[in-house]
Design a protein around this ligand. Structure first.
Ligand code: ZDP
Length: 281
């Protein structure tokens, strides 16, 4: 069967978007998503995202398969791409689109808002900090993991763990350019301390309001950006007093503005989402 898709990217973190509004389950299997994401034998992407009918009163539901076929709970750059995709669909069908959507995800409800300048701000919800919610065995279930030692690749790292619905393990380094990401990433991802595997972020503190970050993504490997990872990194920075609650996070693909609001404990992420091309497969 011929299927239509649209490619989008958020800071070079690229996704295949599928209009799945007519059906409650994704129209592709995880195995098909792996094929579609292949950069040599397929379309090429870090993941496939499905725009599904809403649940529990939300406008839409987002589901995503990573390029290895695993299904993450949440996806920050992806939800900006999803919001732009939906707005583009609504504009094509109705001549106009809304600016704010409520989106159901496996990590709860998220609320992207399309700004007048083309950027998209997403209410990413509250970070989860206790070990049971990461999940990690680095502490007892109710404890936080802040600046704890972790042995990886024959080296002792000081790590902080944050869940944005999906698991993140953050380590501060002097210079992110020096990190052998391809070698280290898989060893963090598959470390026995993370029962659901983990995303791994290496952060360099440039100023209290400017962080540089490189990411190894669970299920996708090296990517140019990670929205949930940028949020988790800022939270780790605040918990360790490396940075302010509002900071720019520079990723290889560009920058995101992240704000951890004191008023409501929620993360607000602002960044772009761009349409690349549409196709059939
Ligand atoms: O947690 C995971 O398995 C991630 N690979 C999900 C994708 C995260 C993403 N890069 C982001 O921006 O949050 C889409």
């Amino acid at each position: 069967m011929v299927m239509e898709f649209v490619k989008y990217h958020g800071l070079g973190n690229d996704f295949i978007l599928v209009d799945n509004r007519h059906q409650a389950e994704p129209v592709l299997t995880p195995e098909q998503a792996v094929e579609w994401c292949d950069r040599h034998f397929g379309i090429g992407a870090d993941g496939v995202i499905f725009a599904l009918p809403g649940q529990s009163g939300t406008d839409y539901t987002m589901r995503i398969f990573n390029s290895d076929g695993s299904e993450p709970e949440m996806c920050g750059n992806g939800i900006r791409c999803l919001a732009q995709f939906i707005a583009d669909l609504e504009a094509a069908e109705q001549g106009q689109a809304r600016h704010t959507y409520t989106i159901h995800t496996l990590a709860g409800q998220m609320v992207p808002h399309l700004e007048a300048d083309g950027q998209i701000t997403v209410d990413m919800g509250e970070p989860r900090l206790v070990a049971a919610e990461i999940p990690t065995t680095l502490a007892t279930p109710e404890e936080k993991v802040v600046n704890q030692p972790l042995d990886v690749a024959g080296q002792s790292w000081q790590v902080t763990c944050v869940s944005m619905g999906n698991p993140h393990c953050i380590a501060r380094v002097d210079d992110v350019a020096d990190i052998p990401l391809a070698a280290l990433g898989p060893q963090f991802e598959h470390h026995f301390s993370f029962p659901k595997r983990t995303n791994a972020e290496f952060v360099q503190v440039v100023q209290r309001d400017y962080l540089k970050m490189r990411v190894w993504e669970r299920g996708a490997g090296i990517t140019l950006a990670c929205g949930t990872g940028a949020c988790a990194t800022l939270v780790a920075g605040v918990l360790n007093d490396w940075c302010d609650r509002r900071a720019t996070v520079e990723l290889p693909g560009g920058t995101l503005l992240i704000h951890w609001s004191e008023a409501d404990n929620r993360l607000y992420m602002t960044g772009p989402a761009q349409r690349v091309f549409a196709g059939r497969r």
